[in-house]
Design a protein. Structure first.
Length: 324
């Protein structure tokens, strides 16, 4: 853990700053379609403004107001619905891009000892569709688990013992599935693999190295929770200080505003600390057993005295021992 904290001390600030810059760029990117939609709807919003003016001049019943408002909105319903769908899709892609870029930058810091804002964008573009594919497989896996759990819950409905037992088993299986899916994303970025191989290797790690993967997830979870508590305290701190002033309304308004800004700016820190631990432990504890061929280097084939030949590979660890 000491080396992990030194790694966070060396690259943590750069990772956080890079995430803030990337998030700001994505926010500006999402503002563009909003501005474009506002420009399109500006001439068509005159009807709504006229309605508001007429209502202010001569108040009418609620029914007539609702009828006219719905009629005006329905005239542009296709445009509004299409824009909402497009904006939701764009937002989903932007969130996935940010997540891929953040995990990729953490991978680069842990494995390559390099940190830069460019890594956020390069990994975001390269792994965008891989992360989408892995998310789809994750949703399907959880869907299958929930479907089976729901069917068994219906069959055992009314029997308290079996319902409690089923709830415990379902919770344990959900945590194990989350463990496998978390390590699938780690394998994807660490080994630069495709979607299906990463998904399969996540479950392979769970079954072959159960204890190590559970410890890794527990350490990452505990670190993320502690970091989240620290972030929440920093976000609430301005409000706590302003509570000492007499004007409580201004203190609440300013404190909540500063708190929200700090929460947005520092919100990536729990993810950074958790994935640093996951990548670090994966390289030290899991990668060698998951891919043992990576520990072997080719050597020259030589005939021994008794006429037999070497197998063409030697283990790195054995070689280091003999060199020592």
């Amino acid at each position: 853990m000491g080396e992990t904290f030194r790694l966070l001390n060396r690259h943590g600030t750069k990772l956080w700053f890079g995430s803030v810059v990337t998030g700001c760029c994505i926010f500006v990117f999402l503002l563009l379609p909003l501005l474009f939609f506002a420009m399109i709807m500006e001439p068509k919003s005159a009807d709504l403004l006229d309605l508001l003016k007429r209502l202010a001049a001569s108040p009418r019943t609620v029914e007539s107001i609702a009828t006219e408002s719905i009629q005006i909105v329905m005239e542009h319903s296709r445009l509004v619905a299409g824009y909402i769908g497009f904006f939701m899709l764009l937002t989903l892609l932007s969130i996935t891009f940010f997540r891929a870029g953040l995990i990729g930058a953490i991978r680069q810091a842990v494995l390559e000892n390099q940190t830069g804002i460019g890594h956020f964008f390069s990994y975001g573009f390269r792994y965008l569709f891989r992360v989408i594919g892995l998310n789809i497989l994750s949703v399907l896996a959880f869907g299958i688990l929930l479907t089976g759990w729901g069917c068994l819950s219906i069959l055992t409905m009314g029997e308290s013992f079996w319902m409690i037992l089923l709830a415990i088993i379902g919770g344990i299986l959900s945590l194990l599935l989350l463990n496998a899916l978390t390590h699938s994303s780690v394998v994807m970025f660490a080994e630069e693999m495709g979607v299906f191989r990463s998904f399969a290797n996540g479950f392979k790690l769970l079954f072959s190295q159960f204890g190590r993967t559970v410890v890794s997830c527990l350490l990452a979870m505990i670190t993320a929770v502690l970091t989240s508590i620290l972030v929440m305290f920093i976000a609430v701190f301005p409000w706590l200080i302003l509570r000492f002033f007499d004007d409580g309304a201004i203190a609440d308004m300013v404190g909540f505003t500063f708190g929200a800004v700090l929460l947005v700016l520092l919100g990536t820190l729990p993810t950074i600390t958790a994935y640093v631990i996951l990548f670090r432990r994966y390289i030290l504890r899991n990668a060698g057993d998951l891919f043992p061929e990576d520990d072997q280097t080719p050597v020259q084939l030589l005939s021994s005295i008794d006429g037999s030949e070497t197998d063409g590979f030697s283990n790195n660890k054995e070689k280091q021992t003999s060199d020592g």
